[in-house]
Write a protein that binds this ligand. Structure first.
Ligand code: TYD
Length: 140
């Protein structure tokens, strides 16, 4: 599975403007149990810096832009989220960071579960240990 999995949403646009519909099991590949959004983030601030043990998420900049850094313990990629028809899948055990927020950025996140602090891996060294261990057990 590739580290960067971009989702492109159909835009239902007409002379009144644009509309994008997000539906669990259709264009969002999990059941949505939580949504949250980041607004008013200072451009000098970076957020995230964690992975999730089980949570799946899709992040979409519905306004403005930010740069999503993703890291599976072996490779690191960055992707600009800069359009409301573009989402990125954040699977479990992918370290992610958000950088370079524009002042008008509204980052919408859809999540497969409720907020659970125990699902977070916030220490990068621990994250690397966990992904290395998972790789070794899958080779046995
Ligand atoms: P934090 O994990 O620091 O955000 P980010 O990873 O984007 O930098 O979350 C900020 C605070 O909000 C922290 O106290 C946890 C809380 N929080 C919730 O209560 N519910 C949620 O759904 C999220 C994402 C965070």
């Amino acid at each position: 599975m590739s580290l960067v999995q971009l989702l492109t949403f159909r835009v239902l646009g007409d002379e009144r403007g644009q509309l994008v519909a997000l539906e669990a099991g259709r264009n969002i590949p999990f059941d949505i149990r939580r949504t949250y959004y980041l607004v008013g983030t200072s451009p000098s601030v970076a957020r995230g810096f964690h992975a999730h043990r089980e949570l799946q998420q899709v992040a979409i900049c519905v306004a403005g832009r930010c740069r999503m850094v993703m890291d599976d313990g072996q490779i690191r990629r960055d992707v600009w989220l800069d359009s409301p028809d573009k989402g990125i899948l954040l699977p479990p055990m992918v370290w992610h960071e958000m950088h370079d927020f524009s002042v008008d950025c509204v980052l919408l996140v859809l999540a497969s579960d409720h907020y659970l602090e125990s699902d977070y891996v916030r220490d990068y060294a621990e994250f690397q240990r966990l992904v290395r261990h998972a790789d070794n057990t899958s080779l046995i």
